[in-house]
Design a protein around this ligand. Structure first.
Ligand SMILES: Nc1ncnc2c1ncn2[C@@H]1O[C@H](COP(=O)(O)OP(=O)(O)OP(=O)(O)O)[C@@H](O)[C@H]1O
Length: 235
């Protein structure tokens, strides 16, 4: 479904990503693990054309994405939750979710509000609260809720667990896994949190400094101590 071919990305003169190749089939859930500074956010920003200068090709279902920005792709079923979440702070939780709905189509009908609050029980009592009055964990829940409100077919998540309390990480993992399964969403997650990745995905890439160092399932990942020691600094 999503294919990334020989992707190179640059910030000014700095060559950050080197010949990245990724392939994610429909309905698969994939994580890209990497240390701080490995290039995870740069990868998602390159795919979504929202930052670095990128060369190479990114296609969805065989159609090259070109330079059209990702926020204009909601109606194509593509959703992205960036690291900074982009919550609208001066409108309510309900209105933030409402805004996410504009990307729905007749083939991918809008998700009713009640279904969203069932998936994200934390948000129900906060419906009338302004986005700017939420905690970090509540904002992250809202960012994911808004992204799924239009029933996407492909969801990109940039380090959703960053700065969250362990109990919220656990809740978010359960929700992400449930939603992706129920709606058959293809997921590309970039993370440092291996536990969260393990709960939510079935295929792992490891990004060394700017290039793919490993690709496999969790059993293969667990068997490869060298990869974990060299690129993730865990035993
Ligand atoms: N706007 C920018 N301008 C110049 N260099 C940048 C910019 N953003 C990131 N970089 C550099 O690109 C490299 C990869 O950064 P990136 O943010 O993609 O890493 P990351 O794996 O997402 O790390 P983190 O987990 O810390 O967010 C780093 O060396 C970083 O300093």
């Amino acid at each position: 479904m999503l294919k990334v071919d020989r992707l190179n990305a640059y910030y000014g003169q700095s060559h950050i990503l080197h010949d990245i190749e990724l392939e994610i089939c429909t309905g698969r859930r994939t994580t890209v693990l990497g240390r701080n500074g490995a290039g995870k956010s740069t990868l998602l920003k390159s795919i979504t054309n929202s930052g670095p200068r990128a060369e190479g090709s990114v296609s969805v279902d065989g159609v090259p994405l070109g330079r059209k920005p990702w926020y204009r792709r909601a109606r194509e079923g593509l959703a992205f939750v960036p690291e900074d979440r982009r919550i609208f702070t001066h409108i309510t939780v309900e209105e933030n979710i409402e805004l996410g709905r504009f990307g729905a189509t007749s083939e991918r009908p809008v998700i009713p509000a009640e279904q969203i609050y069932e998936w994200f029980p934390m948000l129900g009592p906060l419906r009338e609260r302004l986005g700017g009055q939420l905690s970090g964990g509540q904002q992250q829940m809202l960012a994911v809720a808004r992204a799924v409100a239009a029933h996407p077919r492909l969801l990109l998540l940039d380090e959703p667990t960053e700065g969250l309390a362990p109990v919220i990480v656990e809740e978010l993992a359960e929700i992400v896994a449930q939603i992706c399964t129920e709606m058959n969403i293809t997921l590309l997650l970039v993370e440092q949190n291996i536990w969260f990745s393990r709960q939510t995905t079935d295929h792992v890439y490891v990004l060394g400094t700017g290039s793919i160092a490993f690709s496999g399932d969790w059993a293969e990942f667990d068997a490869d101590e060298t990869i974990r020691n060299r690129h993730l600094a865990i035993a």
